[in-house]
Unconditional design. Structure first.
Length: 405
């Protein structure tokens, strides 16, 4: 059923050999005593997609010789022509023949309990997934499906599904088709424990159970591999899965390019307001998180000032485009400002003093006054919001504001 999709997303034999050749070339040059250098990530698991030029290489340091040492600095001294990427443990990036290589320093442990850093557990993930090679193509289908529908990416500004979580879910449900059938039936909260670490009663740190989806890491019982997944992405996955089951099509595996014209059609009789912003410089995850906060602030401001937001979203390539589809009508010039219940005499007295000279009215046992509405049209809300310090500190500049009525 999925032959055409797999033909498009699965790397050819030639591509596989080229990737392995580049990886071998890089690994052969990393000569550090008491280390093991090996291919990692989706390349090693055989779950990478056609056109993906990212290669993870694990540099595993023997703890007997490197305990307490900064293994990132040790790696940097050997691989000098590389970019240092800062994180919970710094790693290196370099480009070789159009491939982006990530050199990841890892403590070579035998038990996940001995991990100093989350990256130390990566080889265990690789080993676990490799037990289920029969699902490699299903995982590719699941990854392509997730990417095409805006579900892929565990970065803080996306809060979607990581590559590893897609691998675990596909293996848990025994293939892509079963995955989609089950996702469509997910309830408000879903808990999956493939290795039955918790024997039916999952107990995790509260911060790891905020997500509507709990997937216990097969190799680490204390970790939820979908802890970052937002309610929005969880519900979107369910929605898209149901759509696919109603009308299975190869189009569900094809990423759609952002189109302003499509947005114009989508708005129908509503007002479409777009803000084109220049992001700050910096690490993409950090910059993206700031853009997301800016977007959420603007959307919240519209709601706070009584505007009906039909849909909203954002797209980020070089510039960021934030868009809001808002009901196309001007609000009244006056708005009700509510005070205390009329039976709360002390509080009501204070409310009357505050609004002296203004007629105090009552509605269902609650006092209120009519005051001038600050905003009657949504574009003015967004104009002020984008110039608010909360937003200006999180973006570089506003490039354009577009309004389609």
């Amino acid at each position: 059923m999925h032959k055409n999709v797999l033909k498009r997303i699965k790397p050819s034999r030639k591509e596989e050999l080229e990737l392995k050749d580049v990886a071998k070339e890089v690994m052969s040059k990393i000569k550090i005593p008491n280390t093991v250098v090996e291919l990692g990530g989706s390349s090693a698991k055989g779950t990478w997609l056609k056109g993906n030029h990212d290669i993870d290489i694990y540099v595993k340091f023997n703890p007997k010789y490197y305990e307490g040492m900064n293994i990132s600095e040790t790696l940097q001294k050997v691989v000098k022509k590389a970019t240092v990427v800062h994180g919970s443990r710094d790693y290196l990036q370099l480009e070789v023949r159009e491939f982006e290589i990530e050199l990841i320093p890892i403590i070579n442990i035998n038990d996940v309990e001995d991990a100093d850093n989350i990256t130390d557990i990566s080889p265990f993930h690789k080993k676990w997934v490799l037990q289920y090679k029969q699902y490699a193509d299903d995982i590719r289908l699941a990854k392509a499906f997730a990417k095409a529908n805006g579900l892929y990416g565990a970065e803080s500004y996306i809060r979607g599904f990581s590559g590893y979580s897609i691998e675990v879910l596909t293996i848990y449900y025994k293939g892509f088709d079963n995955l989609i059938k089950n996702v469509a039936k997910w309830k408000t909260k879903t808990v999956l424990d493939i290795e039955k670490h918790h024997r039916g009663r999952v107990r995790l740190n509260k911060s790891k159970t905020v997500s509507p989806l709990i997937v216990i890491d097969p190799v680490q019982s204390t970790r939820n591999v979908t802890a970052v997944v937002s309610r929005e992405k969880y519900n979107l996955f369910k929605k898209i899965a149901k759509k696919y089951l109603k009308n299975p099509s190869d189009e569900f595996f094809e990423a759609k390019q952002f189109s302003l014209n499509d947005l114009k059609k989508k708005r129908k009789n509503a007002k479409l307001i777009c803000l084109k912003l220049e992001p700050l410089d910096g690490k993409r995850d950090v910059v993206g998180a700031k853009l997301l906060k800016s977007f959420e602030f603007m959307k919240r401001e519209l709601f706070l000032h009584d505007f009906s937001v039909k849909d909203a979203g954002w797209d980020w390539s070089e510039a960021a485009l934030l868009w809001f589809i808002v009901e196309n009508k001007s609000l009244s010039s006056k708005v009700k400002h509510y005070g205390p219940p009329t039976d709360k005499k002390d509080r009501l007295k204070h409310f009357k003093e505050k609004w002296k000279g203004t007629k105090i009215k009552e509605e269902e046992g609650k006092s209120y006054v009519l005051i001038n509405r600050k905003y009657k049209v949504p574009e003015k809300v967004l104009f002020d919001a984008v110039n608010n310090e909360y937003v200006t500190s999180r973006i570089s500049q506003v490039i354009a504001q577009l309004i389609f009525k």
